[in-house]
Write a new protein. Structure first.
Length: 639
C-alpha cells in the first residue's frame, strides 16, 4: 500500500486552489489477478476513484502534483501509469523492472528498478529521462524508494545484498547523478531489511532497519554526499524488534520517522521527529490501534508539510492514521495512581495474590495493580533469555532521588518488582508465561529481596524460602527452559551500595522511550511528572544492541550493566568495569590477549558456565559472546 499527501501548503492545492484529499493506493486479489485500487478521503469517508486498474498489479505507488493524482504499478516486468481526471487515463510506461516508485510535489517523478534503475519526470502526459540510468550495484532486495527534493531534483535509494552483507545505496540528482556514501551492514538472520528516503531542498534523509541482537531503526541526514547519523536507535524497547521505517522531512527541514515495533507482547506503531539534537515522540499514541496484529511495512506522508499520515495494512485490511495533535508528546502518565490494596513488607504473604499487587485474568499472565508504575531500562541483566517487566511502588507523596554513584535511592516502604517470563514457543509472544515475580523492598535496615515461583497451572505464585531453586518449564516443541530462582542472600550480594542498591534504576538507564499501554513517551520526564524521580536530562547509556556504536563501547556498556555492580573500586576491586572508567584503568587488559578471544581469560569467563556472572544464569549470553569476541578480535593492543 502507498499513501500520499502534499508535502507543503503550496502543493496541497489544485490549480483552482482546492485542497487535495488524502489518497491511498493498494492491490487486492490473489496472485495472478491482483488489481490496483485507489481511494480518496473526504469528509471522514473513503471514496473509490474509478474502477480497479491492471490485471496482475504489483508494486503500487501514488503521487500528487499540481495537476492531480498519478498512480503506477508493475505487470509482467513493465511499469504502468495512469492519471486521474475524473476517470483514469493511462499514461505511457515509465520503464521496465520488477518495481516502480513515484514521488510528487511540484512535479511527478518515477523510478523503475530492474537490471538498471531509470528515473523519469512527467511532463504533460509524457515521461522524460532524468540523467543516465543507474547500475544497481548488486541484487536489489526489499522495496526501493524515490523522493523529490525540488523540481528536477529527485533522490533514489535501494538496498542490495551480496552473501551476508547488505548495502544501502542512495543517489541524488543535480545536473547529473551523484552517489552518496553507501552504508553496509550485516544481513539480518531472517527477513528483508527495509529502507526509506526523503528529500526537501538540499536535505536528504534516510531510515532503515538493521539487526544486531535485535532489529533496530536508524536514520541519517545529509546535505552533501556523506551521512550524519541522527541520534540513538529509534526503538521503544531497545531489546525488542523495531522495523519497517518510513521517513519524511517536514516543512521546517526536520526528519520524521514512523516505524512498527513489538513491545513485550504488543505490536505498536510509533512516530518520532528529529528536534535540535534528539528524537522526540510525536503525539504519543500508537498509530496501530490493535496491538495483536502485525502491520505491513509503513508509508508516511505529511499533511501541509507537518502532520504525519501513516499508511499500513493488517490482515488484508487497509489502515490510514493521521496525527492531529501536538508535535511533541507529553508524559506517558500524568498522575500516579494510589497503591490502595497493594502492599509489601519484610514479612510478605505466602502467595502472590495475597499481596494485592496482581490479578490473574488469564492463567500465567498476571495484570499489575494500577498503582505500580512501569519502567524499563536500556541495557538489562542477562537472565538466560527471560522476558522481563518491571514496576516501582512508592509511598504516597514521596519520590526517589539520585545518588553519587548514579543509582536512585528511595524512602522506606518503597518496593520494586521484576517479572520473569519465557515463551513456550520461542518467538511467539502468545505463548509467553510468567515463571517468577521478584520483590525488592526498602526497610529501615536496608533492601531485602523475596521471590515467588509461579505454579505450573499459572493460577498463583508461592513465596520461596531462603535458598536457590531450579525449575524446568516445558517447551511446546520439546525440551525445557530451566529457570534459576536466587536465594535472598544472592539478591543482597548484587543489590549492595557500591553501585546500587538499585541497579537498573539510574538516569542513564532510564533515558529511553517507554510504552504506557499504547501511549509512547519519554520515560525520564514521565517519571518526573508523576513524582517518582528526578527528571534531569542525561545522555543515555550505550545500548549493547546498537551497531552504530563501536564494539568497545557496546561491550563496556554491557559490562556496566552486568558486571559493574560487583566489579568496582568499593566491592571486588580486581576489576573496575564502570562505563566511565578509562579502559587503561579497568584492569581488563590483564585478562585480554589482543586479537585472540580464545586465549583471553575474560572471554572464557563470560562465554562459559560456570563463569561470569556467577549468579542468576545457567547459560552464556550470545550477545555478550558476539560483542566481546568482535572487540578482542579487532584489537592490536590493549592499554
Amino acid at each position: 500500500m502507498e499513501t500520499s499527501r502534499p508535502r507543503s501548503p503550496a502543493s496541497s492545492r489544485s490549480p483552482r486552489g482546492a485542497r487535495l484529499p488524502s489518497i491511498a493506493a493498494w492491490t487486492v486479489g490473489a496472485v495472478g489477478s491482483r488489481q490496483l485500487v485507489v481511494s480518496r478521503r473526504e469528509g471522514g469517508n473513503w471514496f473509490a476513484l474509478g474502477a480497479p486498474l491492471g490485471a496482475d498489479a504489483t508494486s503500487p505507488s501514488v503521487a500528487l502534483d499540481p495537476d492531480g493524482i498519478v498512480v503506477a504499478w508493475v505487470e509482467s516486468g513493465a511499469a504502468h501509469a495512469a492519471r486521474w481526471t475524473g476517470s483514469w487515463i493511462e499514461l505511457p510506461s515509465p520503464g521496465t523492472g520488477s518495481s516502480v516508485a513515484l514521488a510528487g510535489g511540484p512535479e511527478v517523478v518515477a523510478a523503475t528498478f530492474g537490471a538498471s534503475i531509470a528515473v523519469r519526470r512527467l511532463a504533460g502526459d509524457a515521461w522524460q529521462a532524468v540523467g543516465a540510468e543507474l547500475a544497481p550495484g548488486g541484487s536489489i532486495v526489499g522495496t526501493p524508494a524515490i523522493a523529490l527534493a525540488a523540481t528536477g531534483k529527485p533522490v533514489v535509494g535501494w538496498i542490495t545484498q551480496a552473501s551476508t552483507t547488505v548495502t544501502l545505496r542512495v543517489h541524488r540528482f543535480g545536473t547529473s547523478w551523484t552517489a552518496m556514501a553507501p552504508i553496509a551492514f550485516a544481513a539480518p538472520p531472517s527477513g528483508t531489511p527495509r529502507m526509506s528516503v526523503a528529500a526537501r531542498n538540499t536535505d536528504v534523509a534516510i531510515a532503515w532497519d538493521q539487526h544486531s541482537g535485535s532489529s533496530a531503526v536508524f536514520a541519517a541526514h545529509s546535505t552533501t554526499t556523506t551521512w550524519t547519523r541522527l541520534g540513538r536507535t529509534l526503538d521503544i524497547d531497545v531489546a525488542g524488534d523495531a522495523s519497517a521505517p518510513a521517513i519524511a522531512i517536514d516543512a521546517t527541514g526536520a526528519p520524521v520517522v514512523a516505524w512498527r515495533e513489538r513491545v513485550e507482547t504488543n505490536e505498536r506503531g510509533a512516530i518520532a521527529r528529529w528536534t535540535s539534537n534528539a528524537w522526540r515522540i510525536v503525539g504519543g499514541t500508537s498509530w496501530l490501534a490493535d496491538p495483536s496484529v502485525t502491520p505491513t511495512p509503513t508509508t508516511i506522508a505529511l499533511h501541509d508539510g507537518h502532520a504525519p499520515v501513516i499508511g499500513f495494512a493488517v490482515s488484508g485490511a487497509i489502515g490510514v492514521a493521521r496525527w492531529n495533535g501536538p508535535k511533541v508528546a507529553g508524559p506517558g502518565m500524568t498522575s500516579r495512581p494510589a497503591l490502595a490494596g497493594c502492599t509489601f513488607s519484610a514479612s510478605p504473604p505466602a502467595r502472590l495474590l495475597q499481596t494485592g499487587c496482581f490479578t490473574i485474568p488469564v492463567a500465567g499472565k498476571p495484570t499489575p495493580h494500577v498503582g505500580l508504575v512501569p519502567y524499563d531500562i536500556i541495557s538489562e541483566l542477562w537472565s538466560d533469555g527471560a522476558k522481563k517487566r518491571r514496576w516501582i511502588a512508592l509511598p504516597a507523596g514521596q519520590a526517589m532521588t539520585a545518588t553519587s554513584n548514579g543509582s536512585w535511592t528511595a524512602p522506606n516502604g518503597t518496593f520494586v518488582v521484576k517479572e520473569f517470563a519465557f515463551e513456550s514457543t520461542p518467538g511467539n509472544p502468545a505463548t509467553r508465561r510468567t515463571v517468577e515475580t521478584r520483590f525488592l523492598v526498602k526497610t529501615a535496615s536496608g533492601w531485602l529481596g523475596f521471590t515467588y515461583q509461579w505454579r505450573a497451572n499459572g493460577t498463583d505464585a508461592d513465596l520461596l524460602n531462603d535458598g536457590q531453586y531450579f525449575y524446568d518449564w516445558p517447551l511446546d516443541g520439546g525440551g525445557t527452559y530451566r529457570h534459576v530462582y536466587p536465594s535472598r542472600s544472592h539478591c543482597q550480594s548484587c543489590h549492595h551500595s557500591s553501585q546500587g542498591p538499585l541497579l537498573g534504576i539510574r538516569s542513564q538507564q532510564l533515558a529511553r522511550f517507554m510504552d504506557y499501554g499504547g501511549k509512547i513517551a519519554e520515560q525520564l520526564p514521565t517519571l518526573a511528572a508523576i513524582g517518582v524521580g528526578p527528571g534531569t536530562a542525561v545522555a543515555p547509556i550505550i545500548a549493547a544492541h546498537d551497531p552504530s556504536a563501536t564494539f568497545e563501547q557496546r561491550t563496556r556498556a554491557y559490562m556496566a550493566a552486568n558486571c559493574a555492580h560487583c566489579h568496582n573500586p568499593t566491592n571486588i576491586a580486581v576489576k573496575d568495569l564502570r562505563y566511565t572508567t578509562p579502559l587503561a584503568s579497568t584492569n581488563l587488559c590483564s585478562s585480554i590477549v589482543p586479537g585472540s578471544p580464545p586465549q583471553s581469560v575474560v572471554y572464557a569467563r563470560v562465554t562459559q558456565r560456570p563463569g561470569m556472572p556467577p549468579l542468576g544464569t545457567l547459560a552464556p549470553d550470545p550477545l555478550a559472546e558476539h560483542l566481546l569476541g568482535s572487540w578482542i578480535s579487532a584489537m592490536t593492543s590493549c592499554p
